[in-house]
Design a protein around this ligand. Sequence first.
Ligand SMILES: [Zn+2]
Length: 376
Amino acid sequence: MRRSTMSRSIHPDFWRKAGDSKVREIARCYGRVSRCRICGSLELAPKFRVAFPDFGPNASHAWPIGLEPPVPYWNIYGCGRCGVHFPNPMPTADEVYEYYANQQDYDEWEEAFYVADTPDRQHYWSRFAEKLTRLNGGSGRLLEIGPAAGHLLHAAREQGWSVVGIEAAPKFGKILRRRGIPTHQGLLETFSCKGQFDLIVMLDVLEHLNDPIGDLERCRRLLTSNGRVVIATCDIGSVAARYYGLKWRQLVISHTFYWTKASIQVALGRAEFDLVQLSSVRWWDPERPLERRQHRKEFGKLLVRKAVQLTWLPVTRRSRLAHTFQSTFRDGRLDYWMTHKLGDQTVMSDVVLAVARSRGFAAGADLPDHRASPKV
Ligand SMILES: [Zn+2]
């Protein structure tokens, strides 16, 4: 077991594990990053702080670099060349894994936003699975890393895919097994299986990893020679991230890398992938004309939302009649749409989606280090 990185800016559980001051002193240097872990640049500078737990000005998790939060925090550094941001010192691989491996039960928020199998969610994931099928030119073998409650894998299996999931958090592993989805409980580096995959999907995963380039290389070795990865991750270079600044919804303690389009391309190249498509999770489609149509539709929806925010919402705040109408119309559906959906920062698309093709790999050679036998 590697020694944990200990400093004032680390999660309190990590701090407690530090033990005596000598260990702390050694550990303080352990995760210090002097080169960008994606592009290798030395142009690193502190940008902001992310505090743990929920604490900060304006109900945000993030603090300006000049202020000292009264709770543990990460110092987030940005790379001047590729634009990626990450905590410095960086949490170790063990710390990152333990954070998820200790999560035994999901809470009410996760039940509502991840677990519940609602018709809206079924529709969304079924459409997403259809896109994967068109991308692949038919169904095949699909591996999803971090499938959470397994909605995508369930939908893909319905469409003829043979599916496998790798899930670090036991709270989601239980659900996957209950749904009958073959699951490896643990990490990508401890996973092995017979045969290779046509497609590997990582949605909202790349921002949680300790060694993203190493994991992308592991993915490549699990793919067929022509296989693809589909990656969706938060984009700190997006319009939404720039607009919201320190109030950007993605600034949370569990994120180890805040990506940009440039840094994703660098990481994929270093892991021997060729970029095929760089898009947004909101309008991505493997067929370009359909993608362009969806892009226009999303832009139109954004304009409508902005108009409602500037006109209708102020009216409901001033007029009790308008407010009552909004909160009671069709059992509060209107209220839900106006207040929750309109306030949702995802409308500005801060999640980038990349499709990349493996540059090929000699099957069977130089396979990843297998530390556990998979149950798939
Ligand atoms: Zn960089």
